[in-house]
Write a protein that binds this ligand. Sequence first.
Ligand code: NAD
Length: 498
Amino acid sequence: MSSSISVKIPSQVISCQNFVNGKFVNGSGEKIQVVSPYNGKPIGEFFSTTSAEVNLAASAAASAQKLWADVPMKERTKVMFNFRNILLRDLEEIAHLKSAESGKNLDEGRAGLMKGVEVLEFAIALQNLDLGGRVEVSRGVSCEYRREAVGVVANITPFNFPAMVPMWTIPIALTLGNAYIWKPSEKTPLTSLKIASALKEAGLPDGLFQVLQGTKETVEAIIDNPNVKAIGFVGSTKIAKAIYDRGTQLGKRVLALGGAKNHIVLLPDANPDMAGVGISDSFTGCAGQRCMAASVLLVVGERKDTEKHIEKIIARASSLKLGMDMGAIITKAQVKFLHEAITSAEKAGAKILLDGRGAVAPAGMEEGNWIGPTILDDIQPGSEAAKVELFGPIISIIRCPDITHAMEIENSVEYGNACSVFTSNGALAEKVIKMASTGMVGVNVGVPVPREPFSFGGINASKFGHGDITGIHSLDFWSNIKKVTVKWEKQNDNNWMS
Ligand code: NAD
């Protein structure tokens, strides 16, 4: 029997305009349609932003930023406080909208926005953190550092978190005194309308937050614009690398987060209930379309010692109802790619413990993009299912004789976002933490996303550039440190410094 869905899909096509100088306006480039993954129907459309329009928006942002940088941080923070209250007031409406365009279920839609609100709360706290310092370094001479805005900064975001990923950076960059240009994914531009309206209502002066819809050409015009001083990017590794290369060749600071292939190490002494839920939810959450989703399960030890864990994972994953517990896949092309990946793993000798290919769409959503949770066993290291980012609710089990063997497999993959271990042994967990070739590690946690104020970010092919994009370690990316040395009076007891 087919299930129903929890998300309200817009019944009319929404015009996803740019937001420039405090007003919604159309771009004049190519017309692009936005389709809901739930039912395959158009829910939005926009006209891409041309490079001339990018340049106008960037110079208006530069003018607005000069005034904003002179506003004391405590006053900037008041806007962010209002912004927070508006987002919480409109939480349900935004959660439905972002889920309708990205395929998330409603709980995931709410959670993504709440994680964004957590970053906002961190940004509100910046006013009370040490953002500068002064020391008397010699008689009558002081050295000081001040944190200043970079100027106009830009961020280019992926489809899979229409609110959370942009909210990793919007509150921090604006609170630090920057103007912000956002290019949302062309697949999920609807949420940007709500975020722009909320910032306007919160009292953000016009020009400081510009939303420019578009694709490659719009992105390249943003990177190339001389007013844009810093570029954040989140998306696939291929594009992250291209953005990083283009921006750094122009001498700009760029932090570009890429794709992932995350591993979970399952040890026989793990708590089966914790492992069953944690591992299943990791690869099925957001239908596997998140850069922190588990993709490979490295099962260590004898089969007889881990079968109870695998059974729990299968039981949990097979109980999920499409549309309610697990959402849709972003495009039909991606569903086809996932089907082909399962079929080719099967042909290469994988055993299919749970097959999502025959999944039944929720009632009335038959034109949407659906696949069920899939568990592949006996996957060979180095094969497509072991190395390629599939970005769907599929987990590949690789059997390993010991932890060293498991971590060699983990280390051999080009990405470096996340690795988790399920165990009840602290020393073995520590071994995995030390050996993991990733920026984020979890112990008995399937999706080890750090919470604020801790920063998010991977290594290797999951991140190009230095530092972090959000949290405490992002402050140096979204600001400049000015070093000031001051002397007011001539000192009698001269030394080399006086
Ligand atoms: P994508 O790389 O296709 O698109 C990301 C952004 O880049 C979009 O705004 C898109 O319009 C733009 N873009 C696409 N092609 C471009 C080009 N040739 N030149 C310039 N800009 C271009 O990614 P996606 O499919 O939207 O998102 C899924 C990917 O993002 C996955 O690989 C996932 O792992 C990754 N991701 C990573 C993180 C992280 O924190 N590391 C977080 C979320 C998603």
